[in-house]
Design a protein around this ligand. Structure first.
Ligand SMILES: C[S@@+](CC[C@H](N)C(=O)[O-])C[C@H]1O[C@@H](n2cnc3c(N)ncnc32)[C@H](O)[C@@H]1O
Length: 350
């Protein structure tokens, strides 16, 4: 959809995007300064608490590191407000087309009594103002203004390529029916649709506002996705219904108890012999100790991701086997081992 931001909103978005990119350079300065004081990796503690005791004071003593933290904290705290302000400046001009696209020709199916688990309801993941449903056009604000305009330029398109690589890792050929859980505004759904253009794609999310943005994309691009509001723990879909059940970047936002319930639901709706494929952030065991500390510091401690550590320290393949899958692997893709992907096969007999 074509639209033009007002100069004030555009400048705010570009400033935050540039600040994030430029401040990343401070990390190299801080790392170089710290290098002289950091013990060899294998003599660092192996546990997160020990890593924080050893490394956090050392880094926080370095001015470049404190400046980096200030920039990252501030960028996170400001990004939702700046994007909402940019939207309000163009609301009158864009809302008729946004409303049309979210309903024509298809509209998402809303739940009558949508589940709102405590770990999700109003929670500001990544410190986004108000959470996933925190504004009447939060799907556009998050999917378009934050994700596509603020974040994506700093990754040169890589975040879409990463999503596609997860769909491509699914060991299925020509699946007829695919279910995506936690589709948000449809960024991974696009990758799934590109890899499996002949599949019938269904996708759910708890967030009505994010589903509306996914629906706009689908309607605008003539994609016949079935989008519906439901929790991954209880999708309401029939047993054994999908050749592939998949999800990207949702599991690190779940407490492990919820992750277990979602895996049980994935098993129920995957057809016998079919696959569940879950892509998400890199497991802690695949990092050096120093990298593990940095990953935890920026995401768990400062990133607005309260379940990150729990997720990244849990063996998802074991959870899938416990849920009842016949086989499961959980490994990183490519040389960077990013993202981590669970590939779990449902047995043909129960
Ligand atoms: C980081 S976003 C997912 C990103 C998306 N898959 C993509 O590729 O951009 C996490 C999404 O998971 C949804 N979510 C979190 N917990 C959920 C649950 N239990 N059931 C369904 N959706 C959930 C959130 O509402 C949010 O839209």
């Amino acid at each position: 959809m074509q639209y033009t931001l007002h100069q004030h909103g555009r400048a705010g978005i570009e400033f935050l995007s540039d600040l994030r990119l430029m401040s990343d350079r401070l990390e190299q300065v801080a790392d170089a300064r710290a290098a002289q004081h950091i013990p060899a990796d294998d003599s660092l503690p192996d546990d997160i608490a020990g890593l924080h005791r050893t490394l956090t004071p050392l880094f926080e003593d370095i001015p470049a590191f404190r400046m980096l933290r200030l920039c990252r904290d501030w960028t996170l705290e400001a990004h939702g407000r700046v994007a909402i302000t940019a939207f309000e400046e163009i609301r009158e001009a864009v809302s008729p087309e946004l409303d049309r696209l979210q309903t024509t020709p298809r509209r998402p199916r809303y739940a009558e009594n949508p589940a709102k688990p405590d770990y999700w309801d109003g929670f500001e993941f990544h410190k986004s103002a108000g959470g996933w449903d925190g504004h009447d056009y939060m799907g556009f604000v998050h999917g378009e203004l934050i994700h596509r305009k603020m974040v994506n330029p700093n990754f040169a398109g890589l975040i879409y390529a990463t999503r596609k690589s997860v769909a491509a890792a699914a060991p299925v050929s020509n699946p007829a029916r695919i279910l995506e859980i936690g589709c948000c505004s449809g960024q991974y759904t696009q990758g799934v649709a590109e890899i499996f253009p002949h599949a019938k794609i269904s996708a759910c999310d708890l967030s009505a506002r994010q589903l509306e943005q996914a629906q706009r994309y689908a309607n605008e691009h003539n994609l016949d996705w079935e989008l519906f509001q439901a929790a991954g723990e209880a999708t309401g879909q029939p047993d054994d219904n999908f050749d592939l059940v998949t999800s990207y970047a949702m599991f690190h936002e779940l407490p492990i108890t919820a992750a277990k319930s979602v895996l049980r639901e994935c098993l129920r709706v995957t057809r016998p012999g079919g696959y569940t494929v879950i892509g998400d952030v890199k497991a802690y065991h695949a990092f050096s100790r120093m990298e593990r500390w940095a990953n935890d510091y920026w995401n768990q401690e400062h990133g607005g991701d309260p379940f990150w550590r729990e997720y990244a320290s849990t063996n998802l393949a074991e959870l899938a086997l416990d849920a009842g899958f016949a086989e499961a692997s959980w490994e990183g893709l490519g040389p960077a081992q990013y993202p981590f992907v669970l590939i779990a096969r449902k047995g043909t007999t129960t």
